[in-house]
Design a protein around this ligand. Structure first.
Ligand code: GDP
Ligand code: IMO
Ligand code: MG
Length: 419
């Protein structure tokens, strides 16, 4: 069977959720493998918008199993809220959601530490989502994390929490001068939620392999390649591997199971949070693109910074993820522009000032007509096709899907990547 790895090629919010939703018509399983509820993946079907943070974007289809791999960090409260939201929309969950017992759990102290650290960093803060993602991954690597499997043994859990939270509370109160958080309160909040969701927890590896014997699977990346903790714009990154390697460690499934690696690339580039952004348009045009593209964070509601498509990053993402083809999203957002640039090269980035040496661009004429909702390549304006062909030539990868609006049906499918 044919599996697709789907990853963001830049700094996240490339439209991964929409593309997963479109492709999940052809799969039996959709698997998240890293990140947590820092992600916000937006799906629009018949004018109804759903934003998913933790639950894989295949959940809206009844015949698709949604699986959360061991590499994802779980906030029980966020999961509960998301489930309630889906249930209120009459989305079926039972026998469709499966969560790895090895997922690490985000505790209230992780969130408090994330927020306290950002506050103390002041101007040099990362601009995190404040969801406790970094401190939870730190605990995982430091071998003092709490996993979902620990919640099945209440007595042991209490001891583990006491040990772990004593350490957190020490840093919170002594170093950051913040309030401490009680273990009992934490248990009282988390246990009822755990009891509600424990039916979804299992060893997910056999399930993924079994599903894969019969049908195709999508591995749904969160964030984007430049937020990868090893390969991104460190330290302005998230705390997981957002690229191909994260899929392998975050599921336990081998790289031989990835038959097609699909990079999700926005027709321009955005970034939310702090850090260098070489092709940023820190001007009125950038603000206009943000307005036309509705570039407001799906998780935190923060304004996203906008700039021209960064080809240098696209090339790096292609290498990191072994990308076979690209889904180009939000083409319609560029409809009004007289001319469009692509950033092709730059030298060193100064990580203190975020200044960049020797920026180079190529410039193309804009098409200045609507592409909204177009579903056939032949119906696109000639200059839009030129823009697409230029990206294909420069990146040396085919553009296999083009998204022309937020809705499920606003898509041009150039090639069936499952065949
Ligand atoms: P993700 O994190 O990569 O899943 O992306 P987000 O959902 O955070 O952000 C993408 C935003 O763009 C969402 O509001 C989508 O509804 C919207 N979107 C996705 N594809 C398109 C498109 O082709 N055109 C337009 N105009 N909006 C799109
Ligand atoms: P999706 O999956 C865009 C950014 C934050 C911050 C940095 C670290 O929707 O594309 P964290 O809370 O992870 O420690 O924050 O990473 N960030 C994202 N930016 N899209 C996301 O997810 C992001 N998840 C984290 O803004 O700069
Ligand atoms: Mg997002």
């Amino acid at each position: 069977m044919s599996n697709v790895l789907l990853v963001g090629t830049h700094w996240g919010d490339e439209g991964k959720g929409k593309i997963v939703d479109v492709l999940s018509e052809s799969v039996s399983g959709c698997v998240r493998f890293q990140g947590g509820h820092n992600a916000g993946h937006t799906l629009v079907i018949d004018d109804v918008k759903t934003i998913l943070h933790l639950i894989p974007s295949g959940i809206l289809r009844d015949e698709v199993k949604s699986i959360i791999g061991n590499g994802v960090v779980i906030s029980l409260e966020a999961l509960n809220k998301e489930l309630d939201d889906l249930i209120s929309k009459k989305i079926k969950i039972d026998n469709k959601l499966f969560i790895s017992e090895s997922c690490h759990v985000i505790l209230p102290t992780h969130i408090a530490l994330d927020i306290a650290r950002e506050k103390s960093l002041g101007k040099s803060s990362i601009g995190t989502t404040g969801r406790g993602i970094g401190p939870t991954y730190e605990d995982k690597v430091a071998r003092r994390g709490i996993r979902l499997i620990d919640f099945f043994n209440h007595q042991n859990l209490k001891k583990k929490l006491e040990k772990s939270m004593e350490y957190h509370n020490f840093i919170l109160t002594k170093y950051y001068k913040e309030e401490s958080i009680s273990v009992d309160d934490t248990l009282n909040t988390l246990m009822p939620i755990f009891n509600k969701i424990k039916k979804f927890i299992c060893d997910v590896i056999p399930l993924i392999l079994e599903l894969n014997n019969q049908s195709n699977i999508i591995f749904e990346g969160a964030q984007g390649a430049m937020l990868d903790v090893d390969h991104g714009t460190y330290p302005y990154v998230t705390s997981s591997n957002t690229t191909l390697s994260g899929m392998i460690s975050g599921t336990g499934i081998g790289v031989d199971k990835v038959n097609y690696s699909l990079g999700i690339t926005k027709a321009y580039t955005t970034r939310v949070g702090h850090g260098p952004f070489p092709s940023e348009l820190d001007n009125e045009l950038g603000l206009n693109i943000a307005k036309w593209g509705g570039e407001v964070g799906a998780t935190t509601g923060r304004a996203r910074r906008c700039g021209w498509l960064d080809l240098k990053i696209l090339e790096k993402s292609i290498e990191l993820n072994r990308i076979d083809g690209i889904a180009l999203t939000k083409l319609d957002v560029l409809d009004n522009l007289e001319s469009i640039k692509i950033c092709t090269s730059y030298g060193a980035i100064n990580y203190d000032t975020f200044e960049v040496d020797d920026l180079e661009y190529i410039e193309l004429e804009g098409w200045q007509s609507s592409t909204v909702g177009i579903t056939n390549m032949a119906d696109l304006p000639k200059k839009a096709i030129e823009y697409i062909k230029t990206i294909e030539e420069l990146s040396k990868r085919p553009i296999v899907m083009i998204s022309t609006g937020p809705s499920r049906n606003q898509i041009i499918s150039v090639k069936n990547i499952f065949s």
